[in-house]
Design a protein around this ligand. Structure first.
Ligand SMILES: CC(C)(COP(=O)(O)OP(=O)(O)OC[C@H]1O[C@@H](n2cnc3c(N)ncnc32)[C@H](O)[C@@H]1OP(=O)(O)O)[C@@H](O)C(=O)NCCC(=O)NCCS
Length: 176
């Protein structure tokens, strides 16, 4: 099962990435140390890294597991990304919004649309995500879309921009 390559919301277009998105993605968020602070990868140092990341994401669309969507305004300006990982009846989310566009409800609108799509699929029963215990903005997005904090995952993941030691995360989920 594959998602649609394009999903429209009131203010946004979620679409499959293209290689020529690299300049906007690089300028928009992947090189930004503030945006990548809580993420599991280091900021990109050159656009070649962004092109490689996009190439991997585009080929992953051939499979059934990992689907990266660019988040764009209706004029196709790229403002962020959301990634879906489908694991049987579960779907995991990971998302990033450019700093210039944060705090306007765009990620909440994106996650709502993805959850709506997921629960229209007969085989998906659970949408979940994990987030650092100090990533308040991400927790707030999940609360706003109705995901529940199910637990604390101790020493769960390394956030290399913060520490080389694994750190605690919360797990949030919504079920059908
Ligand atoms: C998390 C993230 C995607 C949210 O995107 P966004 O488009 O700004 O999200 P929204 O505008 O839909 O909602 C953000 C909410 O967090 C709140 N918020 C943001 N920073 C906050 C803070 N430091 N303390 C309290 N609330 C905060 C906002 O006020 C808003 O809540 P509100 O609508 O109740 O006011 C964005 O902050 C981001 O990209 N962060 C860096 C990458 C990241 O952490 N990704 C998630 C990894 S798990």
């Amino acid at each position: 099962m594959k998602p649609l390559e394009k999903i429209e919301t009131e203010r946004l277009i979620l679409r499959k990435p293209r290689i020529d998105d690299a300049p906007a993605v690089f300028a928009g968020w992947v090189q930004d140390p503030e945006v990548t602070h809580f993420l599991t990868w280091r900021p990109h140092e050159n656009i070649g890294q962004t092109e490689s990341m996009l190439a991997r994401a585009i080929s992953a669309w051939e499979g059934d597991v990992r689907f990266l969507f660019m988040i764009a305004l209706k004029n196709d300006d790229l403002i962020g990304k959301i990634e879906l990982r489908i694991e049987g009846h579960r779907m995991e989310l990971g998302y990033v919004m450019s700093r210039a566009y944060q705090g306007r409800g765009y990620m909440t609108e994106t996650v709502r649309a993805i959850i709506d799509w997921a629960f229209q699929q007969s085989n998906i029963y659970r949408v979940y995500a994990t987030t650092g215990v100090d990533n308040i903005a991400s927790q707030r997005v999940m609360e706003k879309v109705g995901m529940l904090r199910e637990g604390l995952l101790r020493k769960y993941i390394i956030h290399p921009n913060i520490s080389d030691e694994p750190r605690d995360s919360y797990i949030y989920a919504i079920v059908k």
